[in-house]
Ligand binder design. Structure first.
Ligand SMILES: C[S@@+](CC[C@H](N)C(=O)[O-])C[C@H]1O[C@@H](n2cnc3c(N)ncnc32)[C@H](O)[C@@H]1O
Length: 330
């Protein structure tokens, strides 16, 4: 039973989701319960229907371009191979350092790691299984570092571990180099591992094996976001939490105008001057524009089978970025 306790979900402090008989159930008719039923029906319908004849010709967005789905993965790979070596510096320049605050807040809101059990009760209470956190599209490990620091320094949990999964070998090697001398990658107690994997086909990650799934500034690059969400649902344990930090839609028109001016004029220029690559940064800006709005993305998460806490998202800096969460039902 211990593995069924929704540890990560408990941290969300969701007033509308209650534990019952050791598991999570929707205790009031907030949208998630309804979404979940709908989603189950839709999934059954999808499984029953044969693949469409023109599936091979499906298109998707690569920034503002429309490209065949089969091409997107390669084009995105080109972008991140090109930006890998300057990625961390460019993040600071493009966001004026604000991405650090967003990432700190994202991780704090998830409160990863099991709090230490007081020694008086340790004879009766078995140690919980350590958290397994999967940081998808984890790139150079920015989120993983914060997750492990939080578990270790705030919750005094030295067992929680993070798998950083990313499709791009260049981003992964920048990450491995960054953590080469970190205690988190020590041979005696490795708590951080880097694996090459596509978020849409996580073959190396078993079903129901993950307590917390994070994805930061990654999902807008995926070819088939709905498929990646279904994979997230598959690999999470019942009660496990899906958490996404992504650029989103700004609600205030004045802020939106200023932000768009900055993104479209300054970011590609900074990319050209600092990283010698205007096109990749032009793509990154365009891909933000193409990403679904907060309610649209919330509905996609619900469609993948997750319960949605509250409204489903939290805007950061007026909606320039947003945190979305979902809980896999028990
Ligand atoms: C903007 S970076 C974000 C890196 C990191 N999460 C951060 O916040 O700093 C986006 C990452 O998504 C990865 N990515 C793109 N498509 C992917 C896919 N289908 N599966 C896994 N990773 C993918 C890229 O290789 C890149 O490392």
């Amino acid at each position: 039973m211990a593995t069924l306790i929704p540890r990560a979900a408990k941290r969300l402090k969701m007033s509308h989701v209650a534990t019952s008989a050791g598991g999570l159930v929707a205790s009031r008719p907030f949208s998630a319960g309804w979404h979940h039923q709908q989603q189950q029906q839709q999934q059954q319908q999808k499984q029953a229907s044969p693949p469409s004849a023109d599936e091979g010709a499906k298109t998707t967005h690569f920034g503002f371009e429309t490209v065949p789905e089969s091409m997107k993965e390669g084009r995105v790979a080109g972008v991140f191979s090109s930006v890998a070596s300057s990625y961390d510096t460019m993040n600071d320049l493009m966001s004026l350092g604000i991405h650090r605050l967003w990432k700190d807040h994202f991780v704090r809101s998830l409160n990863p790691g099991s709090p230490r059990i007081p020694s008086s009760s340790s004879t009766t209470t078995p140690e919980p299984e350590p958290w397994h956190i999967l940081d998808i599209a984890g790139g150079t490990g920015d989120i993983a570092l914060r997750l492990l620091d939080h578990a270790t320094l705030i919750n005094h949990d030295t067992r929680a571990r993070v798998t950083v999964a990313d499709i791009n070998p260049a981003m992964l090697s920048a990450g491995r180099a960054r953590f080469a001398t970190s205690p988190y990658t020590s041979a005696s107690n490795p708590r951080l591992t880097f694996v090459e994997a596509n978020a849409e086909k996580l073959h190396s990650i078993p079903d129901a094996s993950v307590d917390l799934y994070t994805v930061a500034f990654g999902i807008r690059n995926f070819t088939d976001k709905a498929r990646a969400l279904r994979e997230a649902h598959r690999v999470l344990k019942p009660g496990g939490v899906f958490a996404c930090l992504e650029f989103s839609k700004v609600s205030n028109p004045l802020l939106d105008a200023a932000y768009k001016r900055w993104s479209f004029a300054a970011i590609p220029l900074i990319g050209q001057l600092v990283a010698g690559d205007r096109h990749s940064y032009q793509y990154l800006v365009e891909s933000i524009e193409r990403f679904p709005s907060q309610p649209e993305f919330r509905d996609m998460i619900a469609e993948a089978g997750f319960l949605i806490p509250g409204e489903g998202w939290e805007d950061l800096t007026g909606g320039i970025a947003a945190i979305h969460k979902g809980v896999k039902p028990v």
